[in-house]
Design a protein. Structure first.
Length: 94
């Protein structure tokens, strides 16, 4: 993978608390984001889907549905906690 061609597209999006980098990773012509979501290794964060292309919204939504149906990765548990909810809960505890 160290010698692979990698293309990054990293736009800034603004969330409460300031800007956040959100990127799309393409490796050997394949969308790594979609692959991670389909494997159950990432969530499709729908709060920012309006900033995605229609094709990406469809791809990421379908990928998450596949992971959920097949109980892959984070979808193996009965009640996974979304990272944005976990961060809010963790920040408020300190």
């Amino acid at each position: 993978m160290l010698n692979a061609a990698l293309r990054l597209n990293i736009p800034s999006v603004f969330v409460s608390g300031g800007p956040m980098e959100a990127g799309k990773v393409i490796l050997n012509g394949k969308d790594v984001n979609s692959q991670q979501i389909e494997a159950g290794l990432a969530w499709h964060y729908k709060a920012y889907e309006n900033e995605q292309s229609a094709a990406d919204r469809q791809s990421y939504g379908s990928a998450e549905n596949i992971a959920r149906r097949n109980a892959l990765g984070i979808w193996q548990g009965a009640d996974p906690i979304a990272p944005w909810i976990w961060r809010k809960q963790t920040v408020h505890k300190h």
